[in-house]
Write a protein that binds this ligand. Structure first.
Ligand SMILES: [Ca+2]
Length: 324
């Protein structure tokens, strides 16, 4: 077994600090223990410690050999000098080490804006990583990115294209997300909270009309969704441009800002009855709504998709909620 391990060069990663105080990594070539290279070193150091030897292998030095008995150090320009095929001279005490490049950890895209900044310009489904790897909630999330509208880089937290996905879902489903981002989906309340947490994002709502007209939209700023401990309370302010009326901030029993999320199994709305059960979908219901994008597709139970421009489901041929 030991031989097998040796043949695999037993990637023993050691770390030391170079003179420039940068992290240096190298691996020992145990297969060539007690051997020294047939090739001439670029430098020979005498009576030095292992640390000094390793720190000296900089500025073009690709491998080094250290003799723990004689405290000798040999530096080589080419890593091939420490290749086992060249380590054919037997001499007790030598061990050789090859320097390797430290690959910077790949930065995982937080959202569609990160992808856009990295050169992605085509709208479609991408994978984003809203959570740090150390976070217990860490998971990759498949999302639809709009890379063309208003500067691109928009992350769709909600998208409905053909109504194939039911939005009559329970609390846990809305929490974790459901559907397929290339058609109909809800990204998940946990992900919305994470994506908006500590950031100042804009929300862009779009509605595609059934009559074939152009897409209606409305922009809001300071969009934020609290965590599950506050039932994913929605907060937004400052309506922006767009040809949809401002009804999310409208306050006659139907505004969204300040509302907690409700599903048929968790009623947090301001109504004496259960809005989510009555109108078959999860939402930030007040008493109940003047804007509601998660209603049952093409059903009379879809109440006020967007008052008063879209009052029934048959007016709506698509929706999206984009954040950036
Ligand atoms: Ca209620």
């Amino acid at each position: 077994m030991t031989t097998i391990v040796n043949r695999l060069h037993l990637l023993l990663t050691l770390i030391s600090m170079s003179k420039a105080m940068e992290c240096q990594q190298f691996r020992a070539n145990l297969e060539a223990d007690n051997k020294i290279s047939t090739q001439a070193p670029s430098d020979n150091l005498h009576a030095v410690s292992f640390a000094t030897c390793s720190r000296s292998c900089i500025n073009g030095c690709e491998c080094f050999s250290f003799n723990s008995r004689s405290n000798m150090c040999r530096l080589y320009i080419h890593r091939s000098s420490c290749d086992p095929s060249n380590m054919t001279v037997s001499e007790a005490g030598w061990r050789s080490y090859t320097i390797f490049e430290i690959q910077p950890t790949e930065t995982l895209p937080l959202d569609c804006k990160s992808l856009y900044m990295n050169g992605k310009r085509k709208s479609g489904v991408y994978t984003i990583y809203p959570w740090e790897r150390s976070d217990p909630n860490y998971r990759p999330v498949q999302v639809y990115c709009d890379m063309e509208t208003e500067g691109g880089g928009w992350t769709a937290i909600q998208r409905r294209v053909n109504g194939e996905e039911s939005f009559y879902r329970n609390w846990t489903e809305y929490k974790l997300g459901f559907g397929s981002p290339n058609v109909d989906y809800w990204i998940g309340n946990n992900a919305i909270h994470q994506l908006t947490n500590g950031r100042n994002l804009s929300l862009r709502v779009t509605i595609t009309p059934m009559n074939g007209g152009s897409v209606s939209f409305k922009m809001y700023h300071q969009f934020y969704v609290f965590g599950e401990d506050l039932n994913y309370t929605l907060q937004l302010a400052v309506p922006g441009n767009g040809n949809l009326d401002d009804v999310l901030l409208y306050s006659s029993g139907g505004r969204l800002t300040g509302m907690q999320f409700s599903t048929f199994d968790v009623d947090n709305d301001k109504s004496s009855y259960n809005c989510a059960a009555t109108y078959y979908g999860g939402w930030w219901f007040d008493n109940c709504d003047y804007a509601y994008l998660n209603g049952p597709w093409l059903s009379n139970d879809w109440h006020n998709p967007w008052h008063s421009q879209y009052t029934t489901a048959v007016d709506v041929n698509g929706t999206s909620m984009l954040i950036k």
